[in-house]
Design a protein around this ligand. Structure first.
Ligand code: F6P
Length: 362
């Protein structure tokens, strides 16, 4: 290996720059390789002229480790196998990607992505016979094969901080405060930060709930003498009758959002004597400086990914298991999103605290 490519793909999160830094440190210092950073995910290799920049030790001398976002840029604009063209048609542009890789005379690629984006890039690499190693990142923490993905810890810290900030208002105004958090189809962020932030109700897509169950829990809290309550709801939670709560963005794209609003109205009807307010936290969960855990994870992943490349162990994703860094086959990691197990330990912990998590009555 002499020339290594690195790219970030899919939604940004805290800790991406820390991974890129670790990749460069290891590749340059230990192996003496050149590292090229591909801009805007797969687009950098598909665009002509090619969009990339050389990354060296100097690039990271200014504290990039501490910064949110990705210095390479990223996108989730379209699947290169079925790429949306300006005229409304779709084209297979996978060979543009492969051709871009070859034009840069790269020997291998480190891909920092979530479940969906890593799946796409791994198929692109397969197509071109490109040696790839994956690094899991996503605030949703829904990648198979790893206990943690980069960005998750910081997102949970942001949500916990938000609950710490909502609680005084809830207490002062005797209100029920609902916080809608991200997570796509999984409840990892909601359950982790709901426990950390002392929520009375945590709703996750993996467990069904009833509005009566929530109402009973809130009434119970009020009867205990506390005049306020906190509810955390994951964006992927459906309405009581099972409909998706989605909203259309300005560009017409359908995204999650709306379940918090739905709950606010539903609870206002059931608890007319209690004021209810909703906060939708949104992309705040993805930005900001990575916390200590994400920096540690990102650094471990970056170093290990380069070592896998050096050993010619392609088609693998670095992973965190049993208190250490390891790797798993990419096929195992990209089979689809990893949900929270409904009978998993954290749901038990939340219920042990008296939190309503659905199904079982409080
Ligand atoms: O996958 C990360 C994530 O932030 C999800 O939690 C959320 O549903 C989605 O991305 C938002 O996507 P976008 O930034 O494209 O609106």
């Amino acid at each position: 290996i002499r020339r290594l490519g690195v790219l970030t793909s899919g939604g940004d999160c805290a800790g991406l720059n820390a991974v890129i830094r670790a990749v460069v440190q290891r590749a340059v210092r230990t192996y003496g390789w050149k590292v090229l950073g591909i801009k805007d995910g797969t687009m950098g290799l598909m665009d002509r002229p090619l969009q990339y920049r050389e990354l060296d030790l100097e690039t990271f001398s200014g504290g990039v480790l501490r910064e949110g976002g990705t210095l390479l840029g990223t996108t989730n604009k379209g699947d290169p196998f079925n790429f949306p063209m300006p005229d409304g048609t779709f084209r297979d542009r996978s060979m543009d990607f492969v051709d871009g890789f070859n034009r840069l005379r790269l020997d291998a690629l480190v891909v920092i992505g979530g479940d969906g984006s890593m799946n796409i890039v791994s198929r692109l690499c397969e197509r071109g016979g490109i040696g790839m190693v994956g690094v899991p990142k996503t605030i949703d923490n829904d990648v198979h094969g790893t206990d943690y993905a980069v960005g998750f810890s910081t997102a949970c810290a942001v949500v916990t901080d938000a609950l710490d900030r909502l609680q005084p208002t809830a207490a002062s105004h005797h209100r029920v405060m609902i916080l809608e958090v991200m997570g796509r189809d999984a409840g990892h962020i909601a359950i982790n930060s709901g426990i950390a932030g002392g929520a009375d109700v945590i709703l996750i897509p993996e467990v069904g709930y009833t509005l009566d169950g929530i109402t009973r829990k809130i009434r119970g809290v009020l009867n205990e003498g506390r005049s306020h309550a906190l509810i955390v709801v994951a964006e992927g939670v459906r309405t009581e009758s099972g409909e998706k709560a989605t909203v259309a963005q300005a560009d017409g794209q359908i995204r999650y959002g709306g379940i918090g609003q739905y709950l606010t109205h539903a609870l206002a009807q059931r608890l007319p004597d209690v004021e209810t307010r909703v906060t939708v936290l949104g992309h705040v969960q993805r930005g900001g400086a990575p916390d200590a855990r994400d920096r540690m994870l990102a650094s471990s992943f970056g170093v290990h990914a380069v070592d896998l490349v050096a050993a010619g162990q392609f088609g693998r994703m670095v992973a965190w298991q049993n208190r250490g860094v390891t790797s798993v086959p990419l096929e195992e990691a990209t089979i689809g999103p990893r949900s929270l197990e409904p009978d998993g330990p954290l749901i038990g912990v939340a219920r042990g605290l008296g939190t309503y998590v659905g199904e079982e009555d409080p």
